[in-house]
Design a protein. Structure first.
Length: 341
């Protein structure tokens, strides 16, 4: 059931969370599927609803940085605390920090890892919800495992409608791609998933920042299922992440002479050469001027829309992997990884 994010409905959603229920709510990145992070049974429901493998750890959401000690265990590591303090200007915002997990948080939240990812979302509805329930809320993106992430309440309804009691509608997500996941438990801070806060922004504050190279891992590879090895690889790297049902390829891989009959195209700007390279069945232009923020905010919705058109192939534009372009290309590579080239 979709409910407008009125104060009364936010209160109702907070009550559900306190009772061990599961609630979908908006953030600035994508919609999240939340449950009480301190209750293993509540967290287990998230995995069930999403069909999410239990080796795939969740992000815990807070409304106040002072509550971080409830979920992370700094073990009097002053230097780690200082690093977190340096990053506080990014909160609320699209930055998830991987820290040592506090023993009071069930290990299921982190897929058995001794670490935990935590962030404060920059969205009034999310913050009001988190403040009202005043518990740490574990929330992955509110989509079925490996499908396209939701950026509107209708997207959540489309994929999880019958499975969640309550979807708070806070309008479309402004950023449109997920948070940056930054591990602070590695010797050098390491970006495990590029996202809304750019690597360049992090380097400005921290100096040395590594970026884990994208090595998509197939879920069909038998030897990884059920082991924690994959959790350590960061599950955002699973090959079938963000995938539409329709085959999808990147612009550089497109060979128009071998196109099937119904091909759709997602362009980042009004590029006559690209758009006229074939008689496309459907055309979507995400920005007039290849503005990365505009592209990111419309990216998942445009893939979903195209996916509902019954096309034989979706061709998608590419951009330089700098700034927000890194997150955009990361999602597109993963979304197209399952398509035979
Ligand atoms: O923007 C976001 O982060 C959204 C909104 C709802 O906050 N959430 C989200 O969650 O994208 P999810 O579950 O779709 O992605 C969580 C990612 C995983 O892919 C994993 O790479 C990383 O966070 N992660 C979580 N806990 C981790 C941990 N302890 N160590 C390493 N990576 C972790
Ligand atoms: Mg996700």
């Amino acid at each position: 059931m979709i409910l407008a994010a009125t104060p009364a409905n936010i209160k109702r959603a907070a009550e559900q969370l306190c009772l061990g229920g599961v609630v979908a709510f908006p953030t600035e990145t994508v919609y999240g599927l939340g449950a009480d992070a301190t209750e293993e049974q509540a967290v287990a429901k998230i995995f069930e609803i999403k069909n999410r493998p239990r080796f795939n750890p969740l992000i815990v959401h807070l409304h106040d940085p002072n509550k971080i000690d409830q979920v992370a265990d700094f073990k009097s590591d002053a230097s780690l605390k200082r690093t977190v303090e340096k990053l506080l200007p990014f909160w609320p915002g699209p930055l998830s920090l991987v820290l040592p997990r506090h023993p009071s948080i069930p290990s299921l939240v982190s897929a058995g890892l001794s670490s935990i990812a935590v962030r404060i979302p920059a969205h009034d509805v999310a913050l009001a919800l988190l403040k009202t329930c005043d518990i740490p809320v574990a929330a992955p993106s509110a989509n079925l495992f490996s499908s396209v992430s939701p950026t509107t309440a209708a997207h959540v309804e489309e994929s999880l409608g019958g499975r969640v009691d309550l979807i708070l509608d806070g309008g479309p997500c402004s950023l449109g791609v997920e948070s940056t996941v930054l591990s602070l438990i590695d010797v050098v801070p390491t970006v495990l998933r590029p996202g809304g806060v750019t690597v360049e922004q992090l380097q400005e504050v921290l100096g040395d920042v590594r970026v884990k190279p994208t090595r998509p891992v197939s879920t069909s590879n038998g030897d990884i299922t059920g082991s924690h090895k994959v959790a350590q690889l960061s599950p955002g790297m699973l090959r079938e992440h963000y995938s539409p049902r329709t085959p999808m390829i990147l612009k550089d891989q497109a060979n128009t002479s071998r196109f099937p009959s119904r091909v759709g195209i997602i362009a980042f700007k009004n590029d006559p050469d690209f758009l006229s390279s074939h008689n496309y069945t459907s055309v979507k232009i995400l920005s007039e001027s290849a503005n990365l923020k505009e592209i990111a905010s419309k990216l998942f919705a445009s893939i979903r829309d195209m996916d509902n058109l019954g096309l034989d192939l979706i061709v998608v534009d590419t951009c330089a992997e700098v700034g927000l372009g890194r997150a955009i290309m990361d999602r597109l590579r993963k979304a197209s990884a399952g398509t035979k080239k």
